[in-house]
Design a protein around this ligand. Structure first.
Ligand code: 5GP
Length: 189
């Protein structure tokens, strides 16, 4: 998506050879017009897949996922990173290793929001090692829903996430694919 790539080039900050900061339009402040176009792009690509729900991970996935769900006219469910106050049978949890923080966290979903045979479009802001997406997929599939597609705003293609998910047969559509981050510069595939 050319507009997204231009935005990344003009506002993205290369923190290291593996981390890109895009706080000005995606991870802190949100460019809502760009998110609207991102939602349309994902929506059009996955339109034929009979998506019944969009699922994302809080917090940075929520803005692109909301716009995608709006385009597809389906509910949005975001998986929570905060531990619930009470552990009970109504929730499902899985442990995920955070790429940016290096720590693990619990990803939680309430069972009532994902049903057997739901066709899920999973949306996330970044794809690096594929840990977050894999955790989300574990929860979705454990509840009997199907992962019908994965939409990623920014894929760092030099990290193994795409290969891992593709090897499991998932259809991944990334709007910007980064080949390399080096010397403060961003190179797309
Ligand atoms: P993965 O689980 O694929 O290793 O990493 C994906 C998650 O880590 C995303 O949900 C995102 O929050 C975060 N992440 C990974 N790489 C980056 C990055 O370069 N910049 C930012 N801002 N977040 C990242």
């Amino acid at each position: 998506m050319e507009k997204l790539k231009e935005k990344i080039l003009s506002e993205g900050k290369v923190i290291s050879d593996s981390i890109l900061k895009v706080d000005s339009f995606l991870n802190h402040q949100v460019d809502v017009n760009l998110m609207k176009e991102i939602g349309e792009e994902f929506g059009k690509y996955f339109n034929s897949k009979n998506i019944t729900k969009v699922v994302t991970i809080e917090s940075s996935g929520i803005s692109p996922a909301t716009m995608t769900a709006l385009y597809l006219n389906v509910p949005l469910v975001f998986l929570k990173k905060q531990k619930p106050n009470t552990l009970n049978n109504d929730i499902l949890q899985t442990t995920v290793k955070s790429f940016t923080k290096g720590e693990t966290y619990e990803l939680t979903v309430s069972k009532k929001y994902l049903q057997k045979d739901d066709n899920i479009l999973l949306i996330d802001d970044f794809l690096a090692n594929g840990e977050a997406a894999s955790g989300a997929i574990r929860l979705i599939e454990a509840l009997g829903s199907n992962v019908s597609g994965i939409g990623i705003v920014i894929e760092k293609s030099f990290q193994p996430g795409r290969k891992l998910l593709e090897s499991r047969g998932y259809d991944i559509y990334s709007l910007a694919r980064i080949k390399q981050l080096s010397d403060g510069k961003i190179y797309f595939l």
